[in-house]
Design a protein around this ligand. Structure first.
Ligand code: UDP
Length: 473
């Protein structure tokens, strides 16, 4: 039977960090706006178990999830290609599969929403006369820079090439060019060209949905809407619809991490995690271990083997985790800290941890999902960005919003143990941490208000929905 609901298709980029907010967007369109939603995903042999689990745990009565046919991109890439380049190429090669799947659907979607790396699919929306939107899983700063850099690129002389000069993006605090996106630092890399293309293609959409809310970045959102500030690019309507963040899952019984948290004092634990795939160097891992130990603060640390550690292979062997870890943690560390903290190999139930009253701080790589999860649970942050747009998020959190502390030592490569101890104590013990926690809780209230019925993000998404439905008539 033909469904009479409006039908939106969402094209997701691979990776947990992209899938999480796309799924939340889909669920919101279904439960708040009466849409039927199909999410197209691209899976690969290299897909992580976290990705597979996230997809398989979705309720099929809420979301249709279709895996596009697998493509072989091995002959299309340099051996040194970055993970983001691989994702972009995989998305490009999946477009024929997307096109033929949409073509064969009896109940055709009338709206196509593409994630950042899927902007080439906007042509398919044109071909099938669908409305077309881009969903940025990140914030307004990220959108501003992504559509501003192509303008810079067109200038004959670019004085940002040394990376140090602050970039003044209209509506944003000045940010060191080195702190924007790694992709912009090497113009000869394929990724640079891909980002410039994406920046231009975004502006051809009917609108851009952002995983932020008006009140968090009012100046940037205003600048994005002002055709005099960002030039040609701002003709595209901008809709802040966030924060779209994962909710706590069904009660997890007998999870050792949560059981341990249950018996710790309120706001006494610092949670340390670098996202779905972040790793540190061997030297930095040692310094972090010592820093946590020196801080004498309770901790949960999601540990991954350093990429430059010879023993990292053995870490993955079931039953050999403790042996693997002792090869890259300081001698005796596990024994000395066994009453102080918990080491969790590879993956932890992050949202449930951040929601737990015993957690009082989050040392984070500042991926945008982690940031939103921290805000939604009112947990102050230590910003420790690694790659992608994380340095920009860290600048925004520490320098504009006052929701995090950040160490100047990060710019030197390795942050020393004394500095780590200091940062942990600043956030967990000092007046500074108290003030950040207070601001974080105020920000959380505003975030929830934006999402509630009649709030700015709820209204923004309603406007998109109205435009889509009008477009159908
Ligand atoms: N995550 C988790 N457990 C972990 C590590 C990560 O549940 O041990 C989740 C986290 O809650 C977030 C996502 O994975 O929803 C990571 O997304 P983010 O944007 O923070 O970083 P990315 O992984 O994209 O760098």
């Amino acid at each position: 039977m033909q469904d009479t609901k409006p039908h939106a298709a969402i094209l997701a980029s691979p990776g947990v960090g992209h899938l999480v907010p796309v799924i939340e967007l889909g669920k919101r369109l279904v439960t708040h706006h009466g849409f039927h939603v199909t999410i197209f995903v691209i899976t690969a042999d290299s897909s992580s178990s976290a990705e597979t689990q996230l997809l398989s745990s979705q309720n099929p009565n809420v979301l249709d999830i279709i895996s596009l046919p697998r493509v072989d991109i091995s002959g299309l890439l340099d051996r040194a290609a970055s993970i983001v380049t691989k994702i972009i190429v995989m998305m490009r090669e999946s477009l024929p599969g997307l096109r033929s799947t949409i073509l064969s659907m009896e109940y055709r979607p009338t709206v196509l929403i593409v994630d950042l790396f899927g902007t080439e699919a906007l042509d398919i929306a044109d071909e099938f006369e669908m409305s077309k939107y881009v969903f940025i899983a990140s914030n307004a700063w990220f959108l501003a820079i992504t559509i501003y850099v192509p303008t810079l690129d067109e200038r004959e002389e670019d004085d940002h090439v040394d990376g140090q000069k602050p970039l003044k993006i209209p509506g944003c605090e000045p940010v060191r060019f080195n702190d924007t996106l790694d992709a912009y630092l090497d113009r000869s890399d394929q990724l640079y060209g891909e980002y410039i293309r994406i920046g231009r293609e975004i502006c051809t959409a009917d609108g851009v949905l952002l995983n932020t809310w008006e009140d968090l970045e009012p100046k940037t959102v205003k600048a994005l809407r002002d055709p005099n500030l960002l030039g040609r690019v701002t003709r595209v309507p901008v809709y802040p619809i966030g924060p779209l963040a994962r909710e706590i899952g069904p009660a997890v019984s007998n999870n050792p991490v949560l059981n341990w948290l249950d018996v710790q004092p309120t706001e006494s634990v610092i949670y340390v995690s670098f996202g779905s795939g972040g790793t540190l160097s061997a030297e930095q891992t040692i310094e972090l271990a010592h820093g946590l130990e020196l801080s004498r603060q309770r901790f949960i640390w999601v540990v991954r083997p350093p990429l430059d550690n010879d023993a990292s292979g053995s870490f993955f062997n079931a039953g050999n985790v403790a042996d693997g870890m002792s090869s890259f943690l300081p001698d005796g560390f596990m024994g000395r800290t066994k009453n102080l903290g918990l080491i969790v190999p590879m993956w932890a139930p992050q949202v449930e941890i951040l929601a737990h009253p015993s957690v009082g701080g989050f040392l984070s790589h500042c991926g945008w999902n982690s940031t939103l999860e921290s805000i939604i649970h009112g947990v102050p942050m230590i910003a420790w960005p690694l790659y992608a747009e994380q340095k920009m998020n860290a600048t925004m959190l520490a320098e504009e919003l006052g929701l995090a502390v950040r160490s100047a030592e990060l710019a030197n490569g390795v942050v020393g143990r004394e500095e780590i101890k200091k940062m942990v104590r600043r956030i967990m013990k000092d007046k500074e941490g108290y003030m950040i926690r207070k601001r974080m809780k105020e920000t959380k209230d505003k975030a929830l208000e934006a999402l509630s019925k009649g709030g700015s993000s709820d209204e923004s998404l309603s406007r998109v929905v109205e435009d889509c439905v009008i477009g159908l008539q």
